[in-house]
Design a binder for this molecule. Structure first.
Ligand code: BGC
Length: 741
């Protein structure tokens, strides 16, 4: 029996090593020592700068025809989110930025080239597999580099505080430990290509409604123990060289004008050395520089280009501003030197191996699919099925993808585009894209001898007729989501609930495959024997779904987000402002006096499953939930100090992957639920493996003004099948301790 020892940054390294063996080897990104050396070089370059050179790196444009003030981009700019001129005299390259949450973004087809699209953030996170996200990041980074981009706007790690947030699909999870490790791995992968990655959007950017003016209210300890902890772990794990600050206000101040978050938390407390770039159109004033912002992005979207001549004039007049300007330059240069861009810049025109990269997208999609229900072992489907009725979800065209700046479309562009009524440059941005491989093609490839029919599902009587004639019906149900707009509720749109109910009434052998960016409710759940959550599947989504349906892949995804039974269970049953404000991409409040706030102190750091545990609520499907075609047991938990050991066993008849979840369940006898460690383990039928997880002490601690504080006493832990199904608790004594970040 091979002993897998998981120490250090919880389970991550050992599990990573297992997957990394199968992955294409890639270089390693910058580490703390490399960053320190880069900072020294950067300081020397700042000394050599002429005054008029000092505002070149501090602002940039969006080299795209969006907005009335779009400038003519310089010849070397690539259509993408951003461009910051270089300083040739000092050997400093221009920064060429692309959005890259899920792949090198499509920018509405303006660049006319495609990229490999990973499945949505939630899908990737459902793997609970940092090594897979690292591989995905490395793949995206390599494509970006091949297209000439050297800064990626990636690393979205806002906790999914409100499951109706339109960008939930881009983010990873509701838990800071899981999100932090996953985002750090993805960033490590990107930066291993010798390019810069952001982590974003700093911070507490929990909803899209009124995103340019909503004020999120939260007490500091709660923020440090939740959203900020996800960023902190992500920074430790991934060493991102840039942080993108957020649009929203936090306790009054805008994210990009937040002295406390930027100067105190990020730069002083955490000692982070990179540069803070603004989100696009998020800079309200020149004072943001003093409050910690280092670079004004897409400056034509702001009221003014503050970080150019105005900044230079201030620096000339005031030594405090001069020092700040030097620091801004030092930070941007540190990022450039730490990644080696000055010596080995990205150059466009390198051929991309899309077939190879598609394998990464395929594996990510497979590991992310969550089997939610499988009564009577309805799945996997036998390859011997004679007639299969596929219904709905544009399943003959491709898989759904999420909208906004993260939109990535493979080579050849989207397979189907459903316009949603926006005009001009926003028309493509605000439209549903179906792309990648089509589920119907995947199903046909798996069930070679079956007759596979497809109906779009718009006429229920026709879908019912097809279902009746078939051995099995597979309904694809979709719900689009996008940046800039939240979800009003958890229902499936366009009568899909009625469609599913009618189809399953006609043929009880009905499977529902969900392609959604957010949790949904399922009024038909009692009737339908099998349900898969396949999220937004990316370039190879259709193949991945078919592979799981027919059992070539044993599903192993676990929900990284709670699926509530209803909005009433949430801290905010109605999303603040949803019914008051129009969707808003680059906008100001309807009037300067418009006020909107979101009270995050209701749940504090008890985001998602923690809130459900605190309220003793049962979710529709809990965080951590997911079924397999085999069965597992995790047992023999022993906890000593901050080390937990146990054994996981595949008790079924086929190989599969198990996601071990260790939860803190009580502190000093008082209930308190926190994910304390996790590991995804591949196990052959009958195989068992001993695991040791080391527990991040911050999960046990309270954040106070003195730092992290562990109260000495008894701590209870349990292994969980998910956040609601916990094994017997084991107690351990932990000594009191206080320490600074
Ligand atoms: C988004 C960012 C994105 C930027 C550039 C903003 O609207 O919030 O995530 O990186 O645009 O496209």
């Amino acid at each position: 029996m091979r002993k897998v020892r998981l120490t250090g940054a919880c389970a991550v390294f050992a599990v990573m090593a297992g997957v990394a063996q199968a992955a294409a080897p890639h270089a390693v990104g910058p580490d703390a020592a490399g960053i320190a050396a880069a900072e020294k070089r950067a300081a020397a370059t700042v000394k050599a700068m002429q005054p008029d050179e000092k505002t070149i790196l501090t602002h940039g444009i969006m080299p795209l025809p969006f907005g009335p003030n779009s400038p003519t981009p310089p010849a070397d700019a690539i259509p993408g989110a951003g461009y910051i001129a270089g300083i040739a005299r000092l050997g400093v390259p221009a920064l060429k930025e692309s959005d890259a949450s899920l792949g090198v973004s499509y920018v509405s087809g303006i660049r006319k080239d495609g990229s490999t699209a990973l499945p949505s953030g939630l899908a990737q996170a459902a793997s609970w597999n940092p090594a897979l996200l690292e591989q995905g990041g490395a793949m995206i980074g390599s494509e970006a580099r091949a297209k000439g981009f050297n800064v990626l706007l990636a690393g979205g790690v806002n906790l999914t505080r409100d499951p109706r947030n339109g960008r939930t699909f881009e983010y990873l999870s509701e838990d800071p430990l899981l999100s932090g490790h996953l985002v750090g791995a993805a960033i490590r992968g990107i930066q291993s290509n010798g390019i810069i990655s952001t982590i974003k959007h700093f911070a507490l950017n929990g909803q899209e409604t009124g995103r340019h003016f909503v004020d999120t209210k939260i007490a500091e300890p709660a923020a440090r123990e939740s959203d900020l902890l996800a960023f902190k772990i992500g920074i430790e794990q991934g060493q991102p060289l840039s942080v993108m600050c957020s649009y929203n206000r936090i306790n009054g101040a805008f994210g990009c004008d937040h002295d406390h978050l930027l100067n105190t938390v990020l730069k002083k407390d955490w000692g982070w050395k990179g540069f803070v770039m603004s989100d696009w159109g998020a800079v309200p004033s020149l004072d943001t520089a003093i409050h910690g912002l280092d670079q004004q992005s897409g400056a034509q979207l702001d009221p003014k280009v503050f970080f150019s001549t105005e900044l230079a004039a201030k620096a000339k007049a005031d030594p405090k501003w001069a020092a700040r300007l030097d620091d801004m330059n030092k930070r941007v240069l540190t990022a450039i030197y730490a990644t080696g861009l000055d010596k080995n810049d990205a150059k466009p025109g390198v051929k991309i191996d899309f077939a190879k990269n598609g394998e990464v997208a395929l594996e990510s999609a497979k590991q992310g699919i969550v089997l939610l229900k499988n009564s009577g072992n309805m799945l996997p489907l036998a390859a011997s099925a004679k007639r299969i009725a596929v219904i709905g979800g544009y399943a003959a065209s491709g898989v759904l993808s999420g909208g906004g700046s993260s939109q990535t479309d493979p080579e050849g562009g989207p397979k189907a585009v459903i316009p949603l009524g926006a005009d001009g440059p926003w028309a493509n941005f605000f439209s549903q894209h179906y792309h990648g491989t089509a589920p119907v093609a995947g199903i046909k490839a798996q069930a070679k001898n079956a007759t596979v029919t497809y109906r779009d599902g718009t006429i229920i009587a026709d879908a019912v007729d097809q279902a009746k004639k078939a051995d099995v019906a597979i309904v694809f149900a979709t719900k689009w989501s996008t940046e800039g707009m939240d979800q009003a509720d958890f229902s499936l749109p366009s009568g899909q609930d009625e469609l599913i109910a009618a189809v399953v009434a006609a043929n009880p052998r009905t499977i529902v495959v969900l392609e959604t960016g957010n949790p949904v409710v399922m009024p038909w759940l009692d009737k339908v024997p099998a349900v898969l959550e396949a999220w937004f599947g990316g370039s190879r989504g259709g193949d991945a779904i078919a592979s799981v349906l027919f059992g070539e892949t044993n599903p192993s995804g676990r929900l990284p987000i709670t699926f509530p039974a209803s909005a009433q269970q949430l801290p905010r049953p109605v999303l603040d402002g949803y019914f008051d404000f129009e969707p808003d991409f680059i906008g100001n409040p309807p009037s300067p006096d418009t006020k909107l706030s979101a009270n995050y102190d209701i749940e504090g750091s008890d985001v998602g499953y923690r809130w459900f545990a605190r309220q003793k609520q049962k979710a529709l499907f809990p965080f951590g939930y997911g079924l397999s075609y085999t069965s597992f047991a995790a047992e023999g938990l022993k906890v000593k100090g901050l080390s937990a050991s146990f054994t996981v066993k595949n008790t079924g008849a086929r190989s599969g992957a198990y996601v071990a979840q260790l939860y803190l369940t009580a502190r000093g006898g008082e209930a308190r639920q926190r994910l304390a460690g996790f590991a995804r383990v591949e196990l052959k039928a009958g195989e068992s493996k001993p695991l040791t997880l080391s527990i991040d002490p911050r999960i046990l601690a309270d954040w106070t003004q003195k730092g992290w504080t562990i109260k000495g006493g008894q701590y209870s832990f349990a292994l969980g099948e998910d956040a609601e199904h916990l094994g017997a608790a084991v107690n351990t004594a932990v000594a009191a301790k206080t320490w600074k970040d």
